[in-house]
Design a protein around this ligand. Structure first.
Ligand code: C2E
Ligand code: CA
Ligand code: CA
Length: 706
């Protein structure tokens, strides 16, 4: 009952619903019963073609009569294939004639109803006016064409990338400006294409921007040159997001800036380089020098400034003319560049004045001076070679002033003044020579150079070296061993003490053969002592510089001498200073452990004066600490030194190390040291260093027993 009552009511509702829905959409419904030929065309269907509702009788042939004659065949074709193909839908696009004579683009879509035999019995569908859509499509096509025409004309290009920043679209003259074709771009990211000016770090920074989906502007990229063409591009881009706000890539423009870049370079060249020689000019020099001062300060290295002035250049200019003078300056510039490393700077200040900046010299001032001196000498020799000036052989010489700089150096201007001043001293000294700004350095340098020469000479067979021995004594004054101390007996200089040549030997590397000589002599002495029961227990301490320990061959060298002389390794004690801690500690510790495994002992010399870091101290496999003689000297008068001595003894006890006091000169010093727990000594009180022939007197029984 309910159903029969609700039937017509529901039908009305459904009808109403459809009426309302259809008013809102621009699709015009129609319905065609193929069996009866009955056709229903909705009011909107009529409106689309300019008619009012049912102005013409709705017959089955009516719809077809509106088709554009040119479209009729195509429509017919889709219609029959849809019907005979057994499909459920028919869809076609066509033009239909408007009442006013023009044609309306229409999209025709229909559902095909079939009977149980599969035969089409009814078509229900809609017509949609396509005028607006076609118009907007045409506008889009036009704007694209217009855009393409523009990018073809301009030097800019358009690009797009996907969400992984790989190129997907490129429009315009991209090849001209990058040297890479579109194909070479497509599928690649920007950083996968060869580039000359941006490194991994730059690209990393760029990727940060991209990953943040931020826009970027004027990224300048230099692509590899092709032939003589330089490729510089400037690109800007912004992120793209799809309708859902999802990031979907980047797009942007690129611009050829090769010509600007070349112009910039030219301007830079004119502003910072000397036109005649192509060398940096004063302006660039000052800049470089400022930078060099800064980096050297950071790396604790020395640098040197060399001021060079050609001797008698004015005469050449006056007699042979400026053109010939220019030729000489060019050749001098070239030779100077050839004399230095790439990192160094050669500049022309103007006239016949040149300046060189040497960077990254040794951190030791003397060593740095030696380096600068050797470069200076090389330049002197080089500039003294004859020149070929338009077929005429010419001789020229320079005068040179050198000044060193480091972290504490004053201003760039001061340095130039110093080098200039030194150059005048070189002129005053008769020209064709070099002078250091620092007079004491000059003399010192000269004596060093001479001494290095002598030392090299003296080391050849070792006959100028002499080993002295200073006794070490225990609590009861008994001799426990000795320290080997080297002397240099030079024919003209006499007996040279270590403090006057060890540093030089270290900075020149001569310490390595010297140390080997000492180690051999020490082992030989231990072998001699081993033969007599009165001396067989004596140990021998040998000083080893950090420089020697760093040598790869150090450990095998020591082991070789021990075996050669058949010496018990536990009688050899190597003395190191805290300066070994300044370099790779792990390497040092490794070497010490290796020797220690064979029984060799280690002392830390001059303790308390150096780098002393307790954490390092714990790492080093030591046996003994030596209280430096500077503390022992004033141990009775200076409470500070007494406190230090006390601390060292306590430290030794804590770390399980023996403690020796060196430089003990008086009985009072010895007694004080004993009172704080130090029972091993070395010093003039017990004996000065002596040649081995004299060492025997320390071994005689002491007469003070009674
Ligand atoms: P060092 O290892 O501290 O040697 C102790 C220095 O103190 C020696 O000076 C010694 O003559 C001096 N001396 C000893 N007793 C006294 C004293 O009671 N009072 C005073 N005022 N001085 C005393 P020397 O022989 O001139 O050696 C100086 C430095 O040269 C040594 O200091 C050591 O660092 C180095 N050296 C000596 N021989 C060698 C060597 O064969 N190789 C290496 N690498 N360095 C060496
Ligand atoms: Ca020593
Ligand atoms: Ca010492």
């Amino acid at each position: 009952m309910e159903n029969t009552l609700a039937g017509p009511q529901q039908q009305k509702l459904s009808h109403e619903r459809w009426e309302l829905i259809l008013r809102g959409v621009d699709a015009a419904p129609w319905d065609w019963d193929l069996l009866t030929g009955e056709v229903y065309l909705s009011p909107t269907w009529w409106n689309m073609l300019g008619y009012v509702n049912a102005e013409l009788p709705a017959t089955s042939g009516l719809m077809a009569s509106f088709f554009h004659p040119e479209d009729a065949a195509a429509i017919d074709h889709t219609f029959t294939t849809a019907l005979q193909g057994g499909g459920e839908t028919w869809r076609t696009e066509c033009r239909m004639r408007h009442k006013q004579g023009h044609y309306v683009p229409v999209l025709l879509q229909a559902y095909i109803q079939r009977n149980t035999q599969g035969q089409a019995i009814r078509l229900s569908g809609t017509n949609t006016d396509q005028t607006e859509r076609e118009k907007s499509e045409a506008t889009l096509r036009e704007s694209e064409a217009r855009f393409r025409a523009l990018t073809e004309l301009s030097s800019d290009w358009y690009w797009e990338q996907d969400e992984h920043f790989r190129f997907t679209v490129l429009g315009g003259k991209v090849y001209n400006s990058t040297g890479f074709t579109m194909d070479q771009h497509l599928g690649k990211t920007r950083w996968e294409i060869p580039c000359l000016n941006l490194g991994e770090a730059d690209w990393e920074a760029h990727r940060k921007i991209l990953n943040a989906h931020a826009a970027f502007r004027d990224l300048e990229i230099r692509r590899p040159d092709t032939g003589t063409t330089v490729h510089w591009a400037s690109v800007s881009g912004s992120p793209m997001f799809d309708a859902d706000g999802q990031f979907c890539g980047y797009h942007g423009i690129g611009r050829d800036i090769s010509i600007q870049k070349q112009a910039d370079e030219e301007i830079h060249r004119l502003a910072f380089y000397d036109a005649l020689t192509g060398l940096p000019n004063r302006r660039l020099l000052l800049e470089q020098l400022k930078r060099a001062l800064h980096t050297n300060a950071r790396h604790h290295r020395h640098g040197a400034l060399l001021f060079i002035d050609l001797d008698n250049f004015k005469t050449l200019n006056d007699t042979l003319g400026h053109d010939v003078g220019d030729l000489l300056l060019q050749q001098v510039g070239q030779r100077l560049s050839d004399c230095v490393r790439e990192a160094d700077t050669v500049a022309r200040l103007g006239g016949d004045e040149f300046v060189l900046v040497l960077e990254d010299l040794e951190s030791d001032r003397h060593a740095a001076a030696l380096q600068a001196d050797s470069v200076g000498k090389k330049i002197l020799a080089n500039l003294n070679e004859p020149y070929d000036l338009v077929g005429r052989e010419h001789h020229s010489s320079p005068s040179m002033g050198i000044t060193l700089f480091d972290a504490h150096s004053s201003s760039v201007d001061d340095l130039l003044k110093q080098a200039d001043l030194a150059m005048y001293q070189a002129k005053a000294a008769g020209r064709n020579t070099l002078r250091f700004f620092d007079v004491s350095m000059q003399t010192e340098l000269e004596s060093w150079v001479a001494m290095e020469f002598d030392l090299r000479d003296g080391l050849q067979g070792g006959e100028e070296l002499v080993l002295f021995f200073q006794p070490t004594v225990g609590a009861q004054g008994q001799i426990t061993g000795a320290e080997a101390l080297v002397r240099w007996l030079q024919p003209t200089r006499g007996l040279v003490m270590p403090e006057n040549f060890i540093a030089l030997a270290e900075s020149t590397g001569l310490i390595v053969p010297l140390g080997r000589w000492v180690m051999n002599m020490a082992c030989e002495q231990l072998a001699t002592w081993a033969q007599s029961p009165t001396t067989a227990h004596l140990s021998l301490a040998v000083n080893v510089s950090a420089r020697e320990l760093r040598e790869p061959g150090f450990v095998p060298g020591v082991l070789k001498f021990l075996q050669l002389w058949k010496v018990p390794p536990n009688l050899l004690r190597i003395e190191l200073t805290e300066s070994v801690l300044a370099h790779r500690v792990d390497d040092i510790v490794g070497k010490m452990n290796e020797l220690k495994a064979h029984g060799v002992g280690f002392s830390l010399d001059d303790f308390g004066t150096g780098y002393s870091s307790l954490s390092y101290l714990k790492q080093l496999p030591l046996d003994l600490l030596k209280i430096d003689r500077s503390f022992v000297r004033d141990v009775l008068n200076d409470p500070n030194d007494a406190a230090i001595a006390r601390t060292i003894v306590a430290l030794g006890t804590t770390l399980g190390l023996s403690v020796v006091a060196e430089g003990v000169e008086t009985q009072a010093q010895r007694d004080f040291l004993a009172s704080i727990g130090c029972f091993a000594y070395q010093g003039f009180l017990f004996g000065s260093p002596v040649p081995i022939e004299e060492f025997g007197r320390f071994l005689a029984p002491r007469g003070d027993a009674h």
